[in-house]
Design a protein around this ligand. Structure first.
Ligand code: MOS
Length: 752
């Protein structure tokens, strides 16, 4: 079936990339060294570029300037549905300072904010003013922005097929049999709303042509993907395109693929022969570059009195504007032993910008519903919710029906997390407290692939003066990638991280995957390790005759190669490099992993404590413990930052964040930081990151997995469950705004 209208979000490719299955495999990875051998890896290493970032010397795409630079602005449809009958650029082109203008859309527009025309001028102000002179003749059509409205048979069609479409189905066992075996059955509804990525740095691109060669500086999570996509769209060879990204203020999935405005910049630059810059405003960033799609779950779950789950039936209606929403089945399929399982998901189209992958797409929404149902089932069984999770623990993937996990330390996460929060202090019966302020504790489990991508490349170079340089076409989206690369190279070569020169963020460098899907560290670190181990062998080989000792008796440290048994017998690197009189290159590659015999996942468990004001409906999170099993920790300091960020984002989604649409105009009503609420420092409690820190030896030469998304997955669910424990009623929807909390309390009073 052809669906030309649907934004087939290229970003969704990343979910496939995040799954190791189906990728070419080569030899299983070498066994990683034991932790006691490591001096730098696993330690707290401050960012090697931290001072540069906090003193404003790090250059973001917004900061870049070029001689002759033009600024472009995009005219966007004010209508959620319309026919663009004609566009007249003549007045805009005649405006002082304007160098070029483009028509971007004739025909149907399907959401308010869709690109219609663009203007490039010598200043941002001139471009903005000229934009107002573009004359567009629209034939306005009926629109729909509400997911339930859109599903009705008489709703305006968003495209040329029914708005409501089946999306995803999964069956295991026999669902009726499973419910027949159950002694306790509950059915609950959960809803998550549209959540905007809100990176601190808005999207930005600068395009510059030198003859047939195009260079683009882009605020992106994927220099290689943007390079390839630009070449495809512009129909030029990929070898003639270079994409550069030095520093970035976050992406969270909204900057995974090629953006429409980047193509506009390239076209305007071509037409004018000058570099062209486009930076999106905070407003544009709020309604033009995606959001987390919404969900409406119904979960029916049955269990024996001892807590053994017999059946689960999940239905979900998701909505991602003119695009597909998120598939939310995986946590239901994988996390617990559920012998009889039925999943039915559908998607409904509305007149809004297509959603985009947002930090752990599908998993965050699914976890709110699955873990909410677990907590409510535990209450119905009068059982400790942690005990219920343990009772249905799996050693194998697919709910214990498929491959064994290479390593699963979720039980350790449960233990460490429960102890750190003081799990014994929770209300044994939800809602047991009294008075205006009620406290409660909740938890949630997490899985996420995060295994990394075989074939990731890196190059390590040793210069004749003994300095080390590492080059990799990965990118730092704000997590500290330069530092983890330096840590791995320094560890292997006996240096300090600050001594390593790290070059990343350029599509001319060796291939690395998108920085998304929690792929960066488990893809890049093993490639760096591989290159560095080759350099070690090489240096030992050079030193061996000089020291009169076999290579296996040698070690590296302090920019010297020395004899292990007699460290005073040593030779300086500089001396060794002098003898070859040129730079030495070492190519590293991240090997394959045995995904035909083992399943690889990251695991985690969050525990939250909250206080709810039952008079105002306001929720305060008091403490949040996040325990994670991500294999070996490369840099404890940036790993902790990652967890603190993920918890904060989940707390923010649980309490505040919601993209609101005006049904009359079809436009977003809160596209700014004033009306779209994001958690501030005052909302963030004590967050305790805990790591199990055991290497997953089968996965790669360091035993590392990804951590980008895991801490976001169970964070809002744990907060919602803590509110349930405080009040004795689940709010059932995030964000848990005060009116929703008060409505839940009314439901409880009414016994519904
Ligand atoms: Mo992401 S949604 O892996 O940036």
């Amino acid at each position: 079936m052809s669906k030309p209208f649907i934004v087939e979000d290229p970003n969704l490719e990343y979910l496939e990339a995040a799954r190791p299955e189906g990728r070419p495999q080569d030899a299983p990875a070498a066994r990683p060294a034991p932790a006691e051998d490591f001096k730098v890896i696993g330690r707290r290493t401050p960012r090697i570029d931290g001072a540069k970032i906090v003193t404003g010397r790090a250059r973001y795409t917004h900061d870049l300037h070029f001689d002759g630079l033009l600024h472009a602005k995009i005219l966007r449809s004010p209508h959620a549905a319309a026919e663009v009958l004609s566009i007249d650029l003549s007045s805009a082109l005649a405006y002082p300072g304007v160098k070029a203008a483009l028509k971007l859309r004739e025909g149907r527009v399907r959401w308010a904010g869709e690109q219609v025309a663009a203007v490039a001028a010598t200043s941002e102000a001139a471009a903005e003013e000229a934009l107002a002179l573009v004359k567009v003749d629209y034939k306005v059509l009926p629109h729909v922005v509400d997911d339930l409205e859109a599903g009705r048979p008489d709703a305006p069609l968003v495209a040329d097929q029914a708005n409501l479409q089946p999306f995803n189905a999964f069956d295991r066992g026999e669902i009726d049999k499973g419910f027949a075996e159950a002694e306790v059955i509950i059915e609950r509804a959960y809803r998550t709303n549209w959540e905007v990525h809100q990176p601190a740095e808005t999207h930005a691109s600068i395009a510059k042509w030198d003859g047939r060669v195009l260079t683009v500086w882009d605020s992106t999570q994927a220099v290689h993907s943007v390079r390839d996509a630009l070449a495809r769209v512009l129909q030029i060879p990929a070898a003639d395109v270079r994409v550069v990204k030095h520093y970035m203020g976050g992406g969270f999935g909204s900057k995974l693929g090629l953006n429409d405005h980047t193509v506009v910049a390239a076209r305007l630059a071509k037409e004018t022969g000058r570099p062209v810059k486009i930076t999106l405003t905070r407003q544009e960033n709020s309604f033009c570059v995606g959001y987390r799609p919404s969900t409406r779950f119904t979960v029916r779950i049955g269990a024996k009195k001892d807590g053994t789950i017999t059946a689960l039936h999940m239905k979900n209606l998701n909505c991602g504007g003119v695009g597909r929403g998120d598939r939310c089945s995986e946590p239901f399929v994988d996390v617990y032993r559920i012998p009889h399982l039925k999943i039915e998901e559908s998607s409904v189209f509305v007149n809004a910008c297509g959603s985009r992958a947002t930090r752990a797409p599908g998993h965050t929404q699914a976890t709110l519903a699955l873990e909410g149902a677990m907590e409510e089932l535990a209450a119905a069984l009068k059982m400790d919710p942690l005990q219920l999770r343990r009772k249905n623990y799996t050693a194998k993937s697919q709910g214990d029906t498929s491959l064994p996990y290479s390593l699963k330390r979720l039980e350790d996460c449960y233990k460490a997390g429960a102890e750190a929060i003081g799990w014994g202090r929770r209300n044994k019966a939800p809602g047991a407290g009294s008075g205006r302020y009620r406290r409660g504790m909740g938890m949630a489990s997490q899985i996420w692939p995060g295994a990394g991508v075989p074939g990731t490349l890196a190059e390590l170079r040793i210069h004749p003066d003994g300095t080390i340089e590492v080059e990799c076409g990965t990118q730092d989206i704000g997590c500290g990638t330069r530092t983890h690369i330096a840590v791995v190279a320094a560890e292997t070569l006996g240096f300090e991280p600050r001594d390593i020169v790290v070059k990343i963020g350029d599509s001319d460098y060796p291939w690395a995957p998108i920085s998304g899907g929690s792929l960066t560290t488990p893809s890049v670190a093993p490639a760096i390790r591989d290159a560095a181990l080759k350099a070690v062998d090489y240096l030992k080989g050079l030193a061996s005759p000089k020291l009169g000792a076999p290579p296996e008796d040698l070690a590296l440290g302090g920019k010297r190669v020395f004899v292990k048994a007699a460290p005073e017998k040593a030779v300086e690197w500089k001396e060794l490099m002098k003898s070859i009189r040129r730079i030495a290159y070492f190519h590293g590659e991240r090997a394959g992993h045995p995904s035909d015999t083992f399943a690889f996942q990251t695991f985690g468990a969050h525990f939250a404590e909250v206080e709810v004001d039952t008079r105002t409906g306001k929720i305060r999170v008091l403490k949040h413990v996040a325990a994670h099993d991500i294999g070996r920790v490369v840099n404890r300091q940036t790993a902790e930052s990652q967890v603190i960020g993920g918890v904060t984002q989940g707390l923010s989604a649980a309490l505040f964040e919601e993209k609101l649409m005006d049904p009359e105009t079809g436009a977003m009503v809160n596209p700014n930081y004033h009306d779209y609420k994001v958690a501030t420092a005052l909302d963030v409690p004590e967050i305790v990151p805990l790591f199990i820190d055991v290497p997953d030896e089968r996965l790669n030469n360091l035993g590392v997995k990804g951590l980008g998304e895991p801490p976001r997955i169970p964070s809002s669910a744990a907060v919602a469950n803590a509110v349930f424990n405080a009040l004795g009623v689940h709010v059932g929807e995030i964000p848990m705004t005060p009116p929703r909390v008060l409505a839940a309390l009314k439901r409880k009073e009414a016994g519904r």
